[in-house]
Design a protein around this ligand. Sequence first.
Ligand code: G3P
Length: 228
Amino acid sequence: MRLFIDSANLDEIRTAASWGILSGVTTNPTLLAKEDPTVDVRERIREIHRLVGGHISVEVVSTDTAGMLREAEEIVSWLPEAVIKIPMTAEGLAAVRQLSRQGIPTNVTLVFSPAQAILAANAGASFVSVFLGRLDDIGNDGVRTLADICEIWERQGLEVEIIAASLRHPMHLVEAARAGADIATAPFRVLQQSLKHPLTELGLQAFLADYHRLQEAQARTRQVPLVV
Ligand code: G3P
């Protein structure tokens, strides 16, 4: 399972990229709206892509098919590598169909059920983003839904890539991998939580303390004159 970061914050993206774990970035209007409004959105997205390379999903904000197609065309004009993120609506699916005919990759977002995922695949989506956390928030089982979609994909031999999105904690990441998601896109906080473990910290402290003790003991040994 590949890892993307779900963020529009340059510091977070730069830090996670420096760990060498990222294969791409997903953004959405909510994430972009959290950042400095004086920075041009296009420039920010280009900078994000420069930092990570690989996949970059850029979301449209039109709700009609023609508007989505216009936006998609505009986005690929300044970022040809962009994957166009399209909402899971009737108008969105129609846009996905057109874009797939033009060879423009799409990521169908706001997918909450296997039925929606099947429709997105039939429209020609390249990626489907299944939202785990938001399903859990309303008392549904996000991981179960993702696992159902992965099982259907396996049985049907579908190649559309499954992105586990809306992750809230490291276990979402683990369960997404167990279910068979191709990609997990996680906020910086979840990546950071996944990196750290108290036993790693304690283990490292003990290794370093023992190493210093060993060095001191060796230094003492060297000071003792040899008796022959
Ligand atoms: O980018 C889509 C998704 O990951 C959003 O997550 O936390 O707003 O439910 P969240």
